[in-house]
Design a protein around this ligand. Structure first.
Ligand code: AHR
Length: 613
């Protein structure tokens, strides 16, 4: 590899190139990034017809002592279901309900939790709110809630802060009483007090995103946006305003109820919190199984326009004022919208798309609009600023070779947004080294084509290990642990590429199908110094000798180069909760001469050489 580092030898890489794609899949939001501990907090998940399906809530006490049923009696108009608890015993052991959250609440000694719920009773209220270990009932935190008969004769909001005196990662929230009477409950929430910036996000998961320095955040899907059926698609208006007012909905593509605590506002807020530009994907009146005709699409178009107004409109506008009332008077930095997800070949897509395109460009001429139709090999027949490209090969070779997919794309059409890529299938399993290195080869190809590819994101981003709807994923977590798969670490190793300069380099190899390389000049975010970064992906089964000749680089800096390697003993090795750091980038000084680097790269490895400018 000959790298020309003279000043005039490069071309800028877009500062938007590498970002992240958050989808409500695998309990990424509900039971994940959104720090709400209670699952099905409004008792709506069973629907209004299966009246007493309140799972995962369960009764505390015997059937003779407490009888549970749901009723359409809530004070919240959009989510009428409430829980009615007939307590039949007096001076009984605490009876009531408990909720195990999402495969166990993680309660940590010394941490504070805010518990809020709405309650009504036919007499004075005496309740205990506690966190207890699910097996065995050890009490971790507890507090009393009381209300006079007149106070609770109508729905009343109750709030308490519980400080945990002990820890358990498998605990439940208990709401119990010892007093005979009738109690109605609704919208029960328990959140750690120390969420990221107080915005309701799990800090450990946000930190994983921050470490990637993502330029953009695409959200909230994916298929989640489409829905299996339109009636269950994500609709932004039902996901904003006070959390207790939100109806929630059944995420029918990925098979779980979500209270929509992580809604449209939270997506925009998360993007801002991680320093990324939001990229909102909305429904175009098309789900996996039903479609709205273009002649009837006006209401969906208005909904998209209203969503943009919510994000960036003035505080005096109808939807901008709602955003302000939620605590964000300043407009969010929304410049990109995706018109649907993977819908190009649906009957009404092209017609619907044009209706959205015309209306959005008329109202917001600078908004960048992304079509679902792939223009990598043939021009689009409709206007767009970008087109969405997804790739999920099942062979590492295909992933690697796909690096060249944009080499021949004409440069006079819309730019490319590679919004979903990943190796999938047996070779990728839950996230293998082989998959990650093949993706590194693909990303080197995207860097090379970054005069055309403006944005790229891996998918899916998150998986709660208790609900693997899609494998592999970048970040694996449960209620108390988190780790990055090798694919996460490849993204980490590309994080300095946004806004860097792609250097001219000549790369010769007898193995073009398994070795790829690129060289960039970038600013290191930690020491703010300029570095040359030379990346080499070797997806082959043999070690390779690499010789890098560096033109225009100080010899003393060549001698001080470092190399960071992502590899492992076996191509199919993975990280896990037991071994979360089995495959992570390891950085070491490089033994090299003063004018060139000679090194041996392990089989199935991704290496980054860093040299101070
Ligand atoms: O990333 C998982 C899914 O793959 C997305 O929801 C969808 O857009 C694609 O088919």
């Amino acid at each position: 590899l000959v790298v020309d580092a003279s000043d005039s030898s490069g071309r800028p890489i877009p500062d938007t190139l590498f970002g992240v794609f958050f989808e409500e899949i695998n309990h990424a939001g509900a039971g994940g990034l959104w720090a709400e501990l209670v699952n099905n907090r409004g008792f709506e998940a069973g629907g209004t017809k299966s009246s007493s399906n309140i799972a995962p809530w369960t009764r505390v006490g015997k059937e003779q002592t407490v009888f549970l049923q749901t009723e359409l009696s809530s004070c919240f108009e959009q989510n009428k279901v409430a829980l009615k608890m007939d307590v039949l015993c007096d001076n009984c052991d605490g009876v009531g309900v408990s909720n195990p959250g999402f495969w166990g609440l993680n309660i940590v000694e010394g941490k504070k939790y805010k518990v809020v719920f709405f309650v009504k009773s036919n007499g004075a209220l005496e309740m205990t709110v506690s966190f207890r270990e699910t097996k065995g009932g050890r009490i971790l935190a507890s507090g009393d809630i009381i209300g006079s008969a007149s106070e609770v004769s109508k729905w009343k909001r109750m709030e308490t802060i519980l400080e945990a005196g002990a820890s358990s990662s498998y605990s439940s929230l208990y709401l119990t009483t010892t007093k005979k009477g009738v109690i109605w409950l609704d919208q029960v929430s328990a959140m750690p007090v120390d969420t990221y910036k107080g915005h309701g996000f799990r800090s450990d998961l946000v930190n994983m995103l921050l470490d990637l320095k993502p330029a953009f955040l695409r959200f909230p899907g994916g298929c989640f946006v489409e829905g299996e059926t339109l009636k269950n698609a994500f609709r932004w208006k039902a996901s904003v305003g006070g959390w207790e007012e939100r109806p929630g909905h059944f995420n029918d593509v990925w098979g779980y109820w979500t209270d929509d605590g992580f809604g449209f506002f939270e997506g925009l807020q998360l993007a801002e919190d991680i320093g990324a530009k939001p990229l909102w994907v909305f429904n175009t009146g098309i789900s996996h199984s039903d479609e709205i005709d273009t002649k009837d699409i006006a209401a969906f178009v208005q909904e998209a326009l209203d969503g943009i107004e919510f994000a960036i409109g003035a505080v005096t506008s109808k939807w901008g004022s709602l955003r302000a009332s939620m605590g964000h008077p300043q407009p969010f930095d929304l410049n990109y919208v995706g018109v649907g997800n993977e819908d190009c070949f649906k009957k009404n897509y092209q017609g619907n798309y044009l209706a959205f395109y015309k209306a959005i460009k008329a109202a917001y001429p600078k908004m960048q609009i992304i079509s679902n139709c792939d223009a990598s090999s043939k021009p689009l027949n409709h206007p767009a600023d970008m087109y969405d490209y997804h790739t999920y090969p099942k062979e590492s070779q295909s992933m690697f070779i796909n690096a060249g997919v944009f080499d021949k794309t004409p440069r006079n059409g819309p730019k490319a947004f590679v919004s979903e890529y990943a190796l999938t299938g047996e070779q990728a399993n839950y996230g293998t080294l082989l998959g990650a290195v093949s993706e590194a080869g693909f990303l080197i190809g995207l860097e090379r084509n970054s005069d055309h590819v403006m944005m790229a994101s891996y998918a899916p981003l998150f998986v709660n290990a208790n609900d693997r709807q899609w494998n592999p994923d970048a970040i694996v977590f449960n209620s108390f642990q988190v780790y990055g798969t090798p694919s996460y670490w490849v993204q980490f190793m590309f994080r300095e590429s946004n806004g860097a300069t792609l250097l001219k380099s000549q790369f010769q190899t007898p193995h073009p199908d398994s070795v790829a390389a690129s060289a960039i000049l970038c600013k290191n975010s930690q020491d703010q110094k300029s570095y040359f970064k030379i990346k080499v992906a070797n997806v082959g089964k043999s070690p390779i000798n690499v010789k890098i000749t560096l033109k225009g680089i100080e010899s003393s800096n060549v001698a001080k180069a470092t190399k960071t390697v992502l590899t492992s003993a076996n191509a199919f090795d993975e990280n896990s909760f037991a071994y979360p750091k089995k495959i992570v980038p390891k950085r070491n000084p490089l033994k090299s001469g003063s004018t060139e680097i000679n090194d041996i790269l392990p089989p199935v490895s991704f290496t980054v050489f860093d040299l101070l400018k």
